[in-house]
Design a protein around this ligand. Structure first.
Ligand code: NAD
Length: 257
């Protein structure tokens, strides 16, 4: 229960979904957590429910001014910033033809410029500490792609590349930077309307080797590993949490156990 004791983490998009699961897990493991989100009411309610070691701050990840304020807040409240989880994101599903330039730029602003600004915002604090862990939530769509995801997938590939550039530059300062690549996860973005997935939710994932949708906690557990010293020699790498979806396809004409 103390894998993150005395650590300070900023988690973006922490008001719901995977971010919320990560906030809950990090607090449970002893961290002080600042939730940054644009969903002020649920974000504040979550922070209040988790006690003194959790605070909520309004953070639009596209705003450099918002980032400066939130990092200053974390340092003023808790004294340092050890971990940044760049988790906030939006999904846009449309064909290439139907995706407008404005749609594309909006997704880039949140999913790509957002994490970039986050890395810049925590850089000096982490450099001063000589240590830090930045966890960028990309996607399976940052390793491959699907029709209808031209804007979303572009940003998730960008997050993967940004992670490597930052890891190379910041490694000598003691700052580790890794990307996490979830597959289909049961969150509001993933279409969830209930806390636990139903058989119908799992039915959509029958081509995935583990034959079910993932739970937010299963991604949060990966972020916990990357936030803690257990991952002390990991940087610039991709950590996939996808039930085996990225492994390949089953072929009916080949043997199967
Ligand atoms: N759910 C999935 O299947 C899945 C799969 C792979 C990757 N991801 C990624 O995981 C991350 C979390 O997704 P989720 O499924 O929990 O989604 P979600 O929609 O349930 O939660 C996303 C959170 O980000 C916040 N957010 C959106 N725009 C923001 C902004 N401008 N500034 C600050 N916060 C903002 C939202 O308010 C929300 O709280 C995202 O980056 C998403 O792309 C999700």
């Amino acid at each position: 229960m103390d894998r993150l004791s005395n650590r300070v983490a900023i988690i973006t998009g922490g008001a719901r979904g995977m971010g919320e699961a990560t906030v809950r897990l990090f607090v449970e493991q002893g961290a002080n957590v600042v939730i940054g989100d644009v969903l002020d009411e649920p974000g504040q309610r979550l922070a209040d429910s988790l006690g003194e070691r959790c605070r909520y701050q309004h953070l639009d990840v596209t705003s450099e001014e918002n980032w400066t304020r939130v990092v200053d807040f974390a340092v003023a409240e808790f004294g340092r910033v050890d971990v940044l989880v760049n988790n906030a994101g939006i999904l846009h599903i449309a064909s290439v033809r139907d995706t407008t330039a404005a749609d594309y730029q909006k997704v880039i602003a949140v999913n790509q410029v957002g994490p970039f600004l986050g890395i810049k915002a925590v850089l000096d604090v982490m450099k001063g500490q000589g240590a830090g862990s930045i966890i960028n939530i990309s996607s399976l769509e940052g390793l491959q792609s699907k029709n209808g995801l031209i804007a979303y997938s572009s940003t998730k590939w960008a997050v993967r590349g940004m992670t490597k550039a930052a890891a190379i530059e910041l490694g000598p300062l003691g700052i580790r930077v890794n990307s996490v690549h979830p597959g289909g996860i049961h969150t509001p973005m993933g279409g969830a309307t209930t806390s636990e997935p139903s058989e119908a939710d799992d039915a959509m994932y029958q081509e995935v080797p583990l034959k079910r949708i993932g739970r937010p906690i299963e991604v949060a557990n990966m972020s916990l590993f990357l936030a803690s010293d257990e991952s002390s020699y990991c940087t610039g790498s991709e950590f996939v949490v996808d039930g085996g979806w990225n492994a390949g396809q089953r072929m009916a004409q080949l043997p199967m156990s």
